[in-house]
Design a protein. Structure first.
Length: 254
């Protein structure tokens, strides 16, 4: 399913305050108990949250040897050919605002993305970030650049003779989850969840229901704990609600 720019912005506003756990609850309410959540191996490079619409691509292992004698300058020549003909990035040229790049990298320990190429579509096209079934390199710089990345590995090797482009804008397997172009991807410190495009609004309804059940009670706990309020408890807490929770949970100010 394709959304217009204004529809994407409407959806992102609906999900703006939601945690991955809220979205997981909304998926459960719609019957998707065993779908959408990537494994605990898919981790953020740094503490952040991001969401966007899946721009999918698939890469597979390279199945040819490096040409005999391709070292030094000859390797440079062969490497230039490799990036022009074998390991290409057509999806980057097609990037749009609010894209979340979801890459089926065949779980390879290869740095398809690094600090240079991962930054370009965010700066030039308004894309959001990356979910990579495989590795990413230059991670110290990627963190300094504050690029939202979830991946399974931090690695060193380049692409040459290790990985090749297969397809993009297609249905892919990313860490055991089937991801279609246009699906909503929500990611934070608890990992990554994918919401199929045709149930985005239904999931939002029930995710919001659970989130809004949680926030007032947590704000009351913040109050009684003496914690500073933050964006995760941005709800009104009336004196009547405070009294209600005091009685419900048996709180006494002693």
């Amino acid at each position: 399913m394709e959304f217009t720019l204004s529809q994407k912005e409407e959806i992102l506003n609906l999900y703006d305050k939601m945690r991955v756990t809220d979205v997981r609850d909304g998926m459960d309410w719609m019957g998707f108990h065993h779908y959408g959540t990537m494994s605990e191996k898919m981790r953020p490079l740094w503490p952040t949250k991001a969401m966007g619409f899946a721009k999918t691509s698939r890469y597979i292992p390279y199945d040819r040897p490096v040409p005999q004698g391709a070292v030094g300058d000859k390797y440079t020549e062969w490497s230039n050919w490799f990036y022009k003909e074998v390991c290409v990035y057509p999806w980057m040229d097609e990037a749009q605002k609010y894209d979340m790049f979801v890459i089926d990298q065949s779980n390879l320990s290869v740095g398809l993305m690094g600090s240079m190429n991962s930054l370009m579509p965010l700066v030039l096209k308004g894309a959001i970030g990356y979910v990579i079934d495989g590795g990413i390199r230059d991670t110290d710089e990627v963190i300094d650049e504050q690029i939202p990345v979830w991946s399974k590995k931090r690695i060193q090797p380049m692409d040459q003779a290790r990985i090749q482009y297969e397809n993009h804008n297609c249905k892919i397997n990313c860490d055991g989850v089937c991801v279609n172009p246009g699906d909503l991807v929500v990611a934070d410190g608890d990992g990554v969840i994918v919401v199929p495009s045709d149930v985005i609004y239904d999931v939002a309804k029930y995710a919001a229901q659970e989130m809004n059940n949680d926030k007032p009670a947590r704000k009351w706990l913040y109050l009684r704990r003496g914690l500073d309020f933050d964006g995760s408890v941005d709800v009104q807490l009336s004196p009547e609600m405070i009294d209600k929770y005091d009685k419900q949970f048996g709180y006494t100010d002693k």
